[in-house]
Ligand binder design. Structure first.
Ligand SMILES: Cc1cc2nc3c(=O)[nH]c(=O)nc-3n(C[C@H](O)[C@H](O)[C@H](O)COP(=O)(O)OP(=O)(O)OC[C@H]3O[C@@H](n4cnc5c(N)ncnc54)[C@H](O)[C@@H]3O)c2cc1C
Length: 462
């Protein structure tokens, strides 16, 4: 009797899941497991933010509920625990006398530490951890360079891969009979926010629902349902609304959606309804995601360090909490920044344009330690991914491998360009709704006092 444990991590899906499928092929009985790692769901970052605040925790809970349902339709019962994966899985592996634990391999330090610890303890009972892939568009074995030689400049990376390397097709669920564990164990329950001492807050809005089913629905809608992908290039820098960009990021980050599936659906869509700059650009953005993952593999922990990938010395370490609190709460007094931060706090999401602006403002105008900002994003974003988050912050902090050294976003220029009538600001800051559009980005102190009492340095109004 060969028993296998499938450890679901950031691959919360049935489709195109190599680890799961190999377990089906190799084992007589399967126990799927998900562990809510207490260090993430109850823990804190170095600067004291919740590691996964309520939005991402809610998203993961929904994704686990959906995964549980989908596994049940295959006759499997998901086992759920809260704790340390290396301890919980080890103890179950010992109890059920499994042969292997199948999982997707992670590449960033905290995740690697967990998988290494589990692997070591499994060895002590004659069991093994079997690793699989599934996070990127490209298979690293297909790349024309070893990971350590990945070009550090995105454009060079893109040129070396996009025309020459094909993207593998998603793999299909094996046809073998799938058998659940025949032993009786406690399968646990899907937790709720309160199990992590979290609760929804006033003003919270759910804009992206977790789970593989919701992910597939979003993919279908964004392509065939609404044809919004046809205008992605023109709309991608917008701020207000839910369909100016794909909204795939949280699904990709938690693995509810396979990037290969997105790619091949996009190709099928182009065949049927035509390709244009916009349909290409969605692929282009997915390349950024692969690029940051490869950068993290190549440069390891540098992406988390103050000096970044570039290992720059003398990077600003100031963390003035009076200023930081204003930024995190959306009370800096600059409506364009505050609206974005309020959106992040209320939904766990912010547009790419918004992220670039608030990050640049934090580093270049408020002159704060970029790691604090990146940690706040880590805490709040439903689509948090270590490679994409810290990779993008590296870029904006000027410690990545950006050929343009000084990437400064002039906030007022950006506000006027991307929110010319102030609709976005007024949506998230209804206290300013009475101000006419021409002045919305420059409210007087008496207007701003309804939501904050910050006094904005004159230099920022330029
Ligand atoms: C400071 C900062 C932090 C960020 N942190 C994250 C993060 O933790 N997780 C995350 O997924 N994205 C992050 N991004 C990238 C980007 O903002 C989001 O992926 C995007 O806004 C999500 O919306 P969407 O799915 O509608 O994206 P779309 O515009 O529709 O793009 C399609 C997909 O391409 C990928 N993508 C697009 N832009 C980028 C990018 N710059 N870097 C990496 N992948 C990209 C995403 O997977 C996205 O879902 C960050 C950007 C900045 C500037």
């Amino acid at each position: 009797m060969v028993r296998g444990i499938v450890w679901f991590r950031n691959d919360l899906r049935i489709h195109d899941n190599e680890a799961f499928y190999d377990a089906i092929k190799s084992c007589d009985e399967i126990l799927p497991i998900y562990i809510f790692d207490e260090r993430i769901f109850r823990g804190y970052t170095k600067f004291g933010f919740r590691k996964a605040d309520r939005h991402r925790t809610r998203f993961v809970i929904e994704s686990i509920q959906n995964l549980k349902n989908n596994l049940e339709s295959l006759g499997l019962h998901l086992c759920i625990r809260i704790g340390k994966p290396e301890e919980e899985i080890y103890s179950i592996a010992q109890q059920i006398k499994s042969s292997w634990v199948f999982c997707n391999r992670e590449r960033t330090q905290e995740e690697v530490d967990v998988q290494d610890a589990l692997e070591s303890s499994l060895w002590t009972i004659g069991q093994e951890l079997r690793y699989y892939r599934g996070k990127m568009l490209y298979h690293t074995a297909d790349l024309p360079f070893p990971v350590t030689q990945t070009p550090d400049i995105f454009t060079n990376f893109r040129k070396e891969v996009e025309k020459f390397v094909s993207i593998r097709k998603p793999i299909a669920l094996p046809e073998q009979t799938i058998r659940p564990l025949s032993l009786s164990i406690d399968h646990g329950q899907v937790p709720s926010l309160s199990d992590f001492n979290l609760a929804e807050e006033n003003g919270d809005k759910i804009v992206i629902k977790g789970g593989e089913d919701a992910a597939i629905e979003q993919l279908e809608q964004y392509l065939w349902g609404t044809d919004r992908v046809q205008s992605y290039f023109e709309t991608r820098n917008q701020l207000l609304g839910t369909d100016f960009s794909s909204r795939f990021s949280a699904y990709l980050a938690k693995g509810c959606l396979s990037p290969k599936l997105v790619y091949w659906k996009l190709k099928a869509y182009e065949e049927e309804r035509g390709s244009n700059k916009s349909t290409y650009w969605l692929f282009f953005e997915l390349l950024w995601r692969d690029f940051f993952r490869l950068m993290a593999k190549k440069h390891g922990n540098k992406i988390f360090n103050l000096g970044g990938i570039a290992a720059k010395p003398e990077i600003n370490q100031i963390a003035n909490w009076k200023i930081i609190d204003k930024w995190t709460q959306g009370k800096t007094g600059i409506p364009f920044i505050d609206a974005n931060m309020i959106e992040l706090n209320s939904t766990g999401f912010m547009s790419n344009r918004g992220r670039q602006n608030v990050a640049s403002f934090f580093i270049k105008d408020l002159k704060q330690n970029w790691i604090v900002g990146a940690e706040f994003f880590e805490s709040m974003l439903i689509d948090y991914d270590p490679c994409s988050n810290y990779g993008n912050w590296n870029y904006i902090a000027g410690v990545g491998c950006d050929p343009r050294e000084e990437r400064y976003f002039n906030i007022m220029t950006q506000a006027n360009r991307y929110d010319p009538d102030g609709e976005y600001v007024k949506h998230w800051l209804p206290q300013l709704a009475h101000i006419n559009s021409a002045n919305i980005h420059y409210p007087l102190d008496e207007d701003r006092k309804d939501y904050c009492n910050a006094s904005v340095p004159l230099s920022l109004w330029k």
